[in-house]
Design a protein around this ligand. Structure first.
Ligand SMILES: Nc1nc2c(c(=O)[nH]1)N[C@H]1C(S)=C(S)[C@@H](COP(=O)(O)O)O[C@H]1N2
Ligand SMILES: [Mo]
Length: 363
């Protein structure tokens, strides 16, 4: 007689279940790892960093199992009303944030591409994740228990965690293969997880602001582009004075989870720098928006970037950054500054740009 599938699953889960205190501490450690790797992944546009994205997904999937163990253990505290304490509310909030982050993360990872209100699943996932970290730290501080010596049996602990990780990797790989075989939309994701937006020109991809930037449309006739800083002769161009012979295809990959390949036309940054005459000390070029939003690139990379006036065969629309926006191939979308009116040549990078991108557009 064969075992029933239910008891088989329960049996194999029991075999990989670490002791309770280890479960709690692994959840804590993995959530921290997920928060850090998730945030770092947002800054990465180069495919060579794919292992980071993979680790984030695999550890995320192990959390599904670990959180299951934890819930099975503490369920009665939540369901028996006599056992409610003030800190139970904190536990419940942590649980909601954890389940929210996991559900949206898994749904996104398997290729679902829906919006919740205005946000993509990925953005909602990030929201839950960012809420979870402080809730979890607080939750842990109310029931602080260090793992004990007897919780560690080196060989068995290593085996259990390896099984969890291999299980996570296998589950992720299986859904990847399934998506490909079934030719679902989820099969076209980049290594970043972003999903394609197809077509040419303004209408084929969303207007996106990183946080709150949303200026009034800019009048081309009144707008000028200034090049200044570590240059021999600072320059100021009216729109009609710009030479616009840059033309290239480049991929824009937004951290809210979509990407698009477009033809961009406009001015080459290298030409602007040559016209102004860059001094030897110059190391970075900073692109500044009329809104104050800004990003810097190392000067050699900046030379190859484009200040685009057109996308597809159309003039940029106001939402996409008219009259001029940065096109920085290999960089994530949030670094493609829109509504640029100033180019600063600098000796140093600009750490404050991280903060500025977050607060730009708030009154
Ligand atoms: N000035 C400014 N530039 C910006 C942003 C912004 O909020 N302000 N958002 C960035 C983000 S997050 C992305 S993904 C791209 C989106 O470009 P799009 O709106 O043309 O799709 O612009 C970037 N440039
Ligand atoms: Mo973005």
């Amino acid at each position: 007689m064969g075992k029933r599938p239910g008891s088989l699953v329960r049996g194999s889960l029991a075999a990989v279940r670490p002791p309770p205190r280890l479960v709690d501490w692994s959840i804590f450690a993995i959530v921290l790892f997920e928060a850090v790797s998730g945030l770092v992944s947002f800054t990465i546009g180069s495919p060579s960093a794919w292992p980071l994205f993979w680790l984030h997904r695999i550890f995320g999937l192990t959390l599904v199992v670990l959180l299951g163990f934890k819930l099975a253990r503490v369920r009665h505290r939540l369901t028996e009303s006599g056992r409610w304490r003030p800190t139970t509310l904190l536990s419940v909030l942590s649980l909601v944030a954890a389940l929210g982050a996991l559900a949206t993360g898994v749904a996104w990872a398997v290729g679902l591409d829906v919006r919740i209100a205005y946000w993509t699943l990925l953005s909602v996932h990030v929201g839950f994740g960012l809420a979870l970290v402080p809730l979890m730290v607080w939750h842990l501080s109310t029931r602080f228990r260090l793992p004990r010596r007897q919780d560690f049996d080196r060989r068995r602990t290593t085996l259990k965690y390896s099984a969890l990780l291999v299980g996570g990797a296998a589950a992720y790989r299986a859904q990847e293969v399934a998506n490909r075989l079934l030719e679902t939309p989820g099969a076209d994701r980049r290594f970043t997880g972003s999903q394609p937006r197809r077509g040419e020109g303004n209408g084929s991809f969303p207007v996106t602001s990183w946080v709150a930037d949303d200026p009034e449309p800019i009048d081309r006739a009144e707008w000028t582009l200034t090049v200044r800083g570590e240059v021999e002769s600072p320059l100021e161009y009216a729109y009609d004075e710009l030479s616009l012979d840059g033309d290239e295809r480049a991929l824009l990959d937004c951290t809210s989870g979509w990407y698009t390949v477009q033809r961009w036309r406009g001015g080459r940054v290298g030409d602007l720098l040559d016209a102004a005459g860059v001094r030897d000390e110059a190391e970075y070029v900073r692109f500044v928006s009329v809104t104050g939003y800004r990003w810097s690139l190392p000067i050699e990379e900046a030379r190859d970037a484009l200040l685009a006036t057109h996308v597809g065969d159309e003039r940029l629309s106001p939402g996409h950054g008219a009259p001029m926006r940065l096109v920085a191939p290999g960089r994530r979308g949030f670094q493609w500054v829109k509504w640029v009116d100033r180019v600063d040549v600098r000796r140093r990078g600009d750490p404050a740009q991280w903060l500025v991108t977050l607060v730009s557009g708030f009154e």
